[in-house]
Design a protein around this ligand. Structure first.
Ligand code: ASP
Length: 336
């Protein structure tokens, strides 16, 4: 049997860490990581590529672009791609890659681990082996996260646990598959939906900020952010709304944002079930008055990176709206 060819792109993270005086530091190379999963030779041929070796706390949009560039450069040579990554910002990278690489018939898998691969008790070997297995399967495609036996769409992952092996959840969307005892059990098996060629994008606008509301929120923060950002995601309470304090500060701040052609996306700080600004008076009026966008069932990671992708392409409010509500890699089901 001809084995599938996989490119493993190593970027650092706990999976590649060794203990040092200064704390866990990523030092193991992609080649060294592969030595811990010799069983992968039974079903695939892996080539390692070291993109960088960093804690994912230091991951920035320029790194997402570099990972995407590497995949583009080697796209024709391989059947699938596995990106080893720190877990802390893995969900952002998975979402960013979902926008940067669209319509891929080949699988692009992101994985990592809660414990370094050289520890005796670790989830790293299982996660890496599962990822290679998923990337070697002919039925898989597009950007997904493989972690703790779950396959999660690249736009739906969120790190919800800092220590346990089941660190990632699929938010507002079912898992694509589970991997148990060397078997992939598919819940969604729809590769035939992918038509046409893969499309790579090479620009992001990193000037997208986040404002999380707290009960003492000060609208002048929004004024400050307007000097720095082209778009903002506001994480409101519950299904969504903005404070209507007597001063009217929030309304004024929002009106300045939209008057300058800047984008405001309303989201919820509640992890599950998404926003719906039209339920309460505190949300409905302001959304309508200023034509605010709404994240609905999207994750924060997807909303932020989607806005970066969109704002690198256009400044036209109507095109921004159209692109934001267009479903990409299963990121949004609700429609306005
Ligand atoms: N701080 C690490 C990182 O994100 C955590 C991990 O990989 O689990 O790079």
């Amino acid at each position: 049997m001809c084995k599938r060819k996989i490119l493993m792109i190593a970027t650092g993270g706990t999976i590649a860490c060794r203990r040092s005086e200064a704390g866990l530091t990523p030092v193991l190379s992609g080649q060294e990581l592969m030595e811990y999963v010799p069983d992968s030779r039974n079903f695939c041929q892996v080539q390692g590529l070291q993109a960088f070796n960093i804690d994912s706390t230091n991951m920035q949009p320029k790194h997402w672009l570099e990972i995407s560039r590497l995949i583009k450069e080697h796209y024709e040579e391989y059947d699938g791609f596995v990106v080893c990554h720190g877990t802390d910002t893995l969900a952002y990278t998975a979402a960013a890659l979902s926008y940067l690489i669209q319509n891929s018939k080949k699988p692009i898998v992101l994985t990592g681990a809660q414990k370094p691969i050289d520890m005796e008790v670790t989830d790293a070997k299982t996660n890496l082996l599962d990822s290679l297995r998923f990337a070697s399967c002919e039925r898989t495609y597009g950007v997904n996260i493989v972690f703790d036996g779950k396959v999660i769409a690249g736009t739906r992952g969120k790190k919800e646990r800092t220590k346990s092996y089941n660190a990632f959840s699929s938010i507002n969307f079912p898992v694509i598959a589970i991997i148990q005892e060397e078997q992939i059990l598919f819940y969604l098996d729809d590769k035939d939906r992918v038509r046409g060629d893969v499309k790579f994008y090479s620009c992001l606008n990193p000037n997208v900020g986040l404002l999380k509301l707290v009960p003492s929120a000060d609208a002048s923060l929004l004024d400050y952010m307007a000097g720095r950002y082209d778009g903002v995601v506001i994480e409101a309470f519950g299904v969504g709304g903005l404070p209507t304090y007597e001063t009217g500060d929030f309304r004024d701040a929002i009106s300045k944002w939209t008057a300058h052609g800047k984008t405001v996306v309303m989201a919820t700080q509640v992890t599950n079930e998404g926003s719906n600004m039209s339920v309460y008076e505190v949300g409905k009026n302001i959304k309508k008055e200023f034509g605010l966008l709404e994240a609905y069932d999207m994750t924060l990671e997807a909303a932020i990176t989607k806005l970066m992708w969109i704002l690198a392409r256009t400044k036209e409010p109507e095109i921004i709206r159209e692109l934001f509500y267009q479903t990409i890699n299963r990121d949004i089901l609700w429609k306005s």
